[in-house]
Structures are given as structure tokens and as C-alpha cells.
Design a protein around this ligand. Structure first.
Ligand SMILES: Cc1cc2nc3c(=O)[nH]c(=O)nc-3n(C[C@H](O)[C@H](O)[C@H](O)COP(=O)(O)OP(=O)(O)OC[C@H]3O[C@@H](n4cnc5c(N)ncnc54)[C@H](O)[C@@H]3O)c2cc1C
Length: 477
């Protein structure tokens, strides 16, 4: 099967590139080792659309952060995902911090970041009454925003798919061979695909994929970020994203409402040896609580729902690498796409499209459809709308996830729509079922039964997230 472009990796970066390339007359495929999009770093991060004041002038990170941030208003309207430009506050606890904030403000203004202002303690407490009394002031970044990172990734992927991009899941690339024209990618199951161009968007594995063929060799150093997620009652504590003064490798521990209304605190920043080190640790969770308690008063720690972690694909070099080198000018590698990768993704996609246009003729499609309709969220509807929907489709009258109020109709939609869910976690990321107070205790089995029925597979074949996580019984692998 010959493609013009194969993108390896269905995270936010791969899906943003796929959607951008779907505007042109090209045969494009995305190959992904997992069963769904947004299963890597793009599902476990802070979800902040950063203003960009902290990036270094002249870097790709700075340029693409600022461009990407500005693209989110249009993107969220076209693709129907939640985007709230809620603004961020960077807190100062002493005079030295205040100097740092002044520096951040002028650095940001030098980069072209709009809406930066220094606020006094009194001004901060007027807009955020739950901020700690120990602050002396804050930097207000009005252009900062919040999204659900997996919702954005799913939206980009669905729209790319609608516009002709093929998505191939359970397809782990294990080898790349250069041919006379283009490349042959071999998958773990023995199959292969050929393509004129290849784009490596494999997040934490992008060094390994790059080193299979790229002229420059890289080694990523995973830096783990752990989080604590609190429920929606805690989510009302603050309205802005609250940072402390950043360090060299991290933007520091933040406290933020999420796009779905929860409260998120974290992350830590700890170098780890393994690319699979995603466990939560007592020390890190205590550290997050201690730091967050410094930012806000009366943090409701009794409202913790869950903990999770993500891995930053960190490069000592300090900037994003987006390159095609030497003899491999048709192999574009994206390496070290750590924060602000979520913010920058739409701008990264345009940057990569420009690189592709210097190698392949790009002809705009006359029938490109920029719009994608998000899922119906039953609990957001008026009573009249709910009744009308149930009359049309009684599945919307059967509540499956009683914590998040998700109906059977929504779960069926998540399975049957474009690039539909095939696992419980894929249903979760599309509907929020299992994300409430009971964390799936009440609805894991009912959801699994619906997946089994809709996909026509035995219940023992239904998995939570990967082939090794069956919901019912045990499976030999
Ligand atoms: C703790 C933390 C907090 C962050 N907070 C923010 C933030 O608030 N704002 C922000 O802008 N950015 C943030 N980021 C950065 C952002 O999350 C990442 O830059 C972004 O998600 C990277 O997306 P990606 O598509 O490159 O990687 P991924 O989402 O990991 O996607 C890569 C995909 O490649 C697949 N893959 C890997 N190997 C293979 C293979 N051999 N064959 C086929 N497929 C393969 C993986 O399964 C995965 O699906 C944060 C990151 C972390 C870790």
C-alpha cells in the first residue's frame, strides 16, 4: 500500500499534522501502536494552552507556542471542543519572586505575548478570593487557556479521518527501510506500509524511531510529571490557572480548573530511567499537596478522585527538534516535543505542512470540511431537548454512568462514530463515563457489555485500555 505521507503516532502532534495535511490532495495514513488516539503523553498533561511568556526568544518553542495559542479560538469552533481562555496567575511570595515576575513580563512582551500585567495582592484576591494570603502579587497572563487534551486530539483525528486520512491502529513500527523512492515501515505483526514521506510524531519514543534512519541521533530523557485530580466541587475553588515561579525544567506545580470542571494539581518534574515509569508515588503526591497548599487556601483534599502521571520527552538541547536531515529529506522527525507541545500542536502542524510542501506538490482539496460535530452531552440539554432526544432514541433515557450522568445513547455514539471507541478507556475519553466519584465501580461492566454488543465481540474480548487489560476474566498473552 503506497501513501504520500505516513505519520507515525496518533497523539496531539500526529493528529494535528494529519488534519492539516487532510486539506490537500494527498494519500495520508496515521499508524499508531495503541488501540486509540491520545493514548500517550497527550492524555496525561496539564491541559494548559500556555500564553508563552516563559519561552526563550528565537526558539521553535517560543514561536510555535505563541502561534498555536492564537489558533485555538478558531480550532475550538471548527472542531467543537471545549476551550476556556480562563487566564493564568503566576504567584509571587516575596520581593525576589516579584523581580522574577517583572522579568517574565518583559520577556513575554518581548516575545509578543499580549495581555500580561502585574497585579497587587489586593487585585489578585478580588478575582481569586481563595488564593493564599501569603502572596505579595502575581503576573496575570490573560491569554492562557484550558482544554481537555484528549478531547482536542480526538476532535483533530475525527476531522482528519472525515477528510480522508486513514488511521491504522495496533500498528507498532519496528523497522524503517529507505527505498529508491520513499520508505517501507514494518510493523510488529509482520505487515508493512510504503510511503513517499514519513513523519515521526511518536512522543517519548521519537528518539528510537528517529535513530532507526535519521542522520542525527538523539536520546530523550523522560521526566515524570505526577498529578492529583479532584472532583467538580473542588473545581469551583478557583477560576484561573495558578502557577508559582517556574524552574528551569518545569513550569512548577499548578492548581487549575480543568476544561471539564474538575480541579487538577501537579505536576512534579523528576527524571526517570524508564519510559514506562507511570506509577504514582507517595513522596511526589505529598510534594504536590504541599506546593498546592502554598498557592490556595483550604484545598479540599478530601475530594481527591484519582492520581496519574505523564512523561515529558525531554532533550538536553532544550528546544523542539523538527528536522529532515542528510539523505533522508523525506523523513521528518519531531523530537523533544514536551511542554508547550499541546499549545503549539496546531502551529507545529502548519510548520510541518510547509516542510512537506517543499517536497511534494500540495493541491488544496475543494471539498475539505473544516467542521466536526462533537458528541451530544445529554446532561447539558434542556428538559425539552432531553425529552425530544429520548423520544427519538430511547437509549438516551438509560443512565449508565450515574456519577457523570452519561447515558447509553452517548456510549453507543462514542463507539459508532468516526474512529469510534473500542475500549472502556476510549469510551471514557469520549464521554467521561467512569470519570466521576466511583471511578467506574458502578459502570465498568455495563459499559463493557455495550462495547461487546455494539462491536459484536465476546465480553472477554473487551479491554480497559490495552490487550493485557481484559475487564472480565484473565487473558493469556
Ligand atoms: C507532565 C506533563 C505536563 C504537560 N503539560 C502541558 C501543558 O499544560 N500544555 C502544553 O502545551 N503542553 C504540555 N505538555 C506537553 C504535551 O503534553 C506534549 O508536548 C504533547 O502531548 C506531545 O504529543 P505527541 O503527539 O508528540 O506525543 P504522544 O501523545 O505521546 O503521541 C505519540 C504517539 O506515538 C505512538 N507511538 C510511539 N511509538 C510508536 C511506534 N513505534 N509505532 C507506532 N506508534 C508509536 C504512541 O503510542 C503515542 O500515541 C505536558 C507534558 C507532560 C508530560
Amino acid at each position: 500500500m503506497n501513501k504520500d505521507v505516513v505519520i507515525i503516532g496518533a497523539g496531539i502532534v500526529g493528529c494535528a499534522i494529519a488534519r492539516e495535511l487532510s486539506k490537500y490532495d494527498l494519500k495520508v495514513a496515521v499508524v499508531e501502536k495503541d488501540t486509540d488516539v491520545a493514548n500517550g503523553i497527550s492524555k496525561a498533561n496539564s491541559g494548559i494552552i500556555h500564553a508563552g511568556y516563559n519561552e526563550k526568544k528565537g526558539t521553535l518553542k517560543a514561536e510555535l507556542n505563541i502561534k498555536g495559542n492564537k489558533m485555538y479560538d478558531t480550532l475550538s469552533k471548527e472542531l467543537d471542543f471545549k476551550f476556556n481562555r480562563n487566564g493564568a496567575l503566576v504567584l509571587a511570595f516575596n520581593d525576589e519572586d516579584m523581580c522574577t515576575l517583572e522579568n517574565l513580563k518583559s520577556k513575554g512582551q518581548g516575545l509578543g505575548v499580549e495581555g500580561l500585567e502585574i497585579l497587587s495582592k489586593e487585585e489578585v484576591s478580588k478575582i481569586e478570593p481563595n488564593i493564599s494570603d501569603t502572596i505579595v502579587g502575581a503576573l496575570h497572563a490573560k491569554t492562557s487557556g484550558i482544554v481537555s487534551p484528549y478531547e482536542v486530539t480526538i476532535a483533530l483525528a475525527e476531522n482528519a479521518c472525515t477528510n480522508g486520512v486513514e488511521f491504522i491502529f495496533d500498528a507498532e513500527v519496528v523497522n524503517i527501510d529507505k527505498m529508491d523512492s520513499g520508505y517501507e515501515l514494518s510493523f510488529k505483526d509482520g505487515s508493512s506500509i510504503t510511503s513517499t514521506m514519513v513523519i515521526n510524531a511518536t512522543g517519548i519514543n521519537s528518539d528510537e524511531i528517529n535513530n532507526m534512519i535519521g542522520e542525527n541521533k538523539y536520546t530523550l530523557k523522560p521526566v515524570k510529571g505526577e498529578y492529583i485530580l479532584l472532583d467538580k466541587i473542588a473545581g469551583k475553588l478557583i477560576s484561573k490557572t495558578i502557577f508559582q515561579v517556574p524552574s528551569k525544567i518545569s513550569k512548577g506545580v499548578l492548581v487549575t480548573p480543568t476544561a471539564d470542571g474538575n480541579l487538577l494539581i501537579g505536576p512534579t518534574a523528576k527524571g526517570v530511567d524508564s519510559k514506562g515509569a507511570l506509577e504514582s508515588t507517595k513522596d511526589s503526591l505529598n510534594y504536590i499537596l504541599e506546593k498546592s497548599n502554598k498557592s490556595v487556601k483550604t484545598l479540599p483534599v478530601g475530594r481527591v478522585l484519582t492520581t496519574f502521571a505523564g512523561l515529558r520527552p525531554h532533550l538536553e538541547y532544550g528546544d523542539f527538534i523538527i528536522e529532515a536531515t542528510g539523505d533522508n529529506e523525506n523523513f521528518i522527525s519531531l523530537i523533544g516535543i514536551e511542554s508547550p507541545g499541546l499549545t503549539a500542536a496546531p502551529a507545529i502542524a502548519v510548520h510541518v505542512k510547509d516542510m512537506v510542501s517543499r517536497r511534494l506538490p500540495l493541491k488544496e482539496k475543494s471539498d475539505f470540511n473544516p467542521y466536526r460535530k462533537g458528541m451530544i452531552k445529554f446532561s447539558d440539554l434542556s428538559l425539552e431537548e432531553k425529552n425530544a432526544l429520548i423520544a427519538k432514541n430511547p437509549a438516551y433515557g438509560r443512565m449508565v454512568c450515574k456519577c457523570e450522568l452519561i447515558t447509553e445513547g452517548e456510549i453507543i455514539d462514542s463507539i459508532n462514530r468516526t474512529l469510534g471507541a473500542r475500549t472502556v478507556d476510549a469510551v471514557k475519553r469520549r464521554t467521561r463515563a467512569t470519570m466521576g466519584g466511583c471511578q467506574g465501580v458502578g459502570c465498568l461492566l455495563p459499559i463493557s457489555k455495550i462495547i461487546s454488543r455494539e462491536l459484536g465481540i465476546d465480553i472477554t474480548e473487551v479491554v480497559k485500555n490495552s490487550k493485557v487489560s481484559p475487564v472480565v476474566g484473565f487473558k493469556e498473552v
